[in-house]
Design a protein around this ligand. Structure first.
Ligand SMILES: [Zn+2]
Ligand SMILES: [Zn+2]
Length: 139
């Protein structure tokens, strides 16, 4: 029996409720995720369909070209600045959230480390988690 994934930004202006199971959970060490997180990597849960996502509040969107060459859009709170979600122009059905935005971040269980080649010595991640130089999905 699963229950919805809920969360949002730090100030509460943006909230989500996702009635689906994630298809992918990863720690990403790409340069962009380093900048967005302010440290060595970002941690993400990706859901297969936006239909399962209830979103409230208005995020500010920033489009950027990812390491993969695809455009991704980062949604963050204009009030508290916390990054909440990501969407991808090439895969418009996917909805990705930052693990720390979950009400219960313990539900994050990484399956892969992506862009390991961009990782820093000062940011070791769990060696038990399989690491890829890029994205295993090619995304
Ligand atoms: Zn906020
Ligand atoms: Zn990344």
């Amino acid at each position: 029996m699963s229950h919805a994934f809920t969360g949002g930004c730090a100030c509460g202006a943006i909230r989500y409720e996702i009635s689906a199971e994630p298809v992918f959970m990863n720690d990403c060490q790409c340069r962009d995720c380093q900048q967005a997180s302010g440290t060595g990597h970002g941690s993400y849960l990706t859901f297969p369909s936006r239909k399962a996502v209830k979103l409230s509040g208005q995020a500010t969107h920033w489009d950027m070209v990812a390491d993969s060459g695809n455009v991704k859009t980062r949604g963050f709170c204009p009030s508290c600045g916390v990054p909440v979600y990501l969407t991808f122009a090439a895969m418009p059905e996917l909805f990705t959230i930052h693990a720390a935005s979950l009400d219960d971040p313990a539900r994050f269980a990484p399956q892969a480390v992506t862009y390991r080649m961009r990782g820093h010595d000062w940011d070791p991640v769990d060696p038990v988690v399989p690491a890829f130089d890029g994205m295993p999905t090619g995304a």
